[in-house]
Design a protein around this ligand. Structure first.
Ligand SMILES: *Cc1c(COP(=O)(O)O)cnc(C)c1O
Length: 326
């Protein structure tokens, strides 16, 4: 990154300390989009000395996942669904991600024995009807492994829905080959949720990867994190959600940033986030409207955080700000 002019030589000592603590990776596709280190793409992936400062409200387990892991690789918080993390490697390491710690040489890949234990857990929990493959990034698995995981889950009668959360379609679209797409074939309800934070992440290669996914009829949703200096303006959010719709992707969640250590430079207060979303209501197609969610620190789950249009007295505000009495 130094050679590529992405980091200031004067900051090299501090950046090295950051790299020693948190993993760093930019994919070639994302690297190609960076014009200046501080632009909306560069900010997401280039390490910054500010990551060494942990604010007092930040936590290494910001959303309380650790306590909710019954067996390695599974996080179970809600009655009907659970996360399965088969691999912890990601094509890029977002500087705001609470999982940006270094993973060992095995990439956090669950061993065959650990996968068997995870399958046994799902088999023993018939109330869990949805599996959310996340990570790291499940689309970094080989087609053979992904096919095996999806086939095994699909063979369990109570598993109705399988969901993949991934950054690969934008971060490394060439990786989403026909063979990898074919590995997602299942007779269950199958959904792909793509993590993207800026309109510029939608390149022709991403559009082509998403077309390959659509050949299987897989519905595609978008999720984003509200980030200072990346998408914290009305224009940036509008462009992001319109880019998703143009790519036949329904914006699903706009996440409030999890308070992971060293992420304060990305923090946008919730009141500001609500005000930003309000500027889009009515002006932008309802298809482009995501649910703004907070993963409550401590492990209490995700909840919608507005904006609200109805007041406790029953009066309702319209999209132009006019209040209509109850
Ligand atoms: C986010 C999350 C889910 C998925 O929640 P949805 O609201 O269904 O998208 C499931 N389990 C855990 C532990 C999560 O953090």
């Amino acid at each position: 990154m130094l050679a590529a002019g992405l980091i200031d030589p004067a900051a090299i000592a501090e950046i090295s300390k950051t790299e020693a603590r948190y993993a760093v990776a930019i994919s070639p596709a994302m690297r190609a989009l960076i014009q200046t280190p501080d632009d909306p793409i560069g900010r997401q992936f280039i390490p910054d000395p500010a990551e060494l400062l942990t604010a007092e409200y930040e936590s290494a387990d910001p959303i309380g996942d650790d306590a909710l892991s019954p067996v390695k690789g599974i996080v179970h918080r809600y009655p009907d669904r659970a996360l399965l993390k088969p691999l912890l490697i990601c094509p890029v390491y977002c500087r705001f991600c609470f999982r940006r710690e270094h993973v060992g040489p095995d990439g956090g890949l669950l061993t065959d024995a650990e996968l068997q234990t995870a399958y046994a857990w799902f088999a023993a929990h018939p109330a869990v009807t949805e599996v959310i493959l996340t990570g790291g990034d499940p689309l970094m698995l080989s087609p053979r492994r992904l096919r095996g995981i999806i086939a095994t889950l699909s063979a369990m009668p109570h598993i109705q829905t399988i969901r993949v959360h991934s950054r690969v379609p934008v971060a490394d679209p060439e990786r989403l080959t026909g063979e990898l797409v074919a590995a997602m074939e299942t007779d269950r309800s199958f959904w792909l949720v793509v993590h993207a934070n800026h309109a510029r992440e939608f390149t022709p290669a991403t559009a082509a990867a998403l077309r390959r996914v659509r050949t299987l009829g897989i519905p595609v949703l978008g999720q984003s994190v509200l980030l200072r200096g990346v998408n914290d303006s009305s224009e940036a959010l509008e462009a992001l959600f319109r880019a998703m719709i143009a790519n036949r992707m329904k914006p699903y969640y706009l996440h409030q940033l999890d308070p992971a250590p060293g992420t304060a430079r990305f923090h946008v207060p919730i009141e500001e986030g609500r005000a930003l979303l309000e500027t889009l209501r009515g002006r932008v197609t309802g298809l482009a409207w995501p649910t703004y969610v907070l993963d409550i620190p401590g492990g209490f789950g995700k909840v919608p955080i507005g904006p609200d249009y109805r007041r406790p007295d029953g009066s309702v505000r319209d999209f132009q700000g006019v209040v209509h009495p109850a």
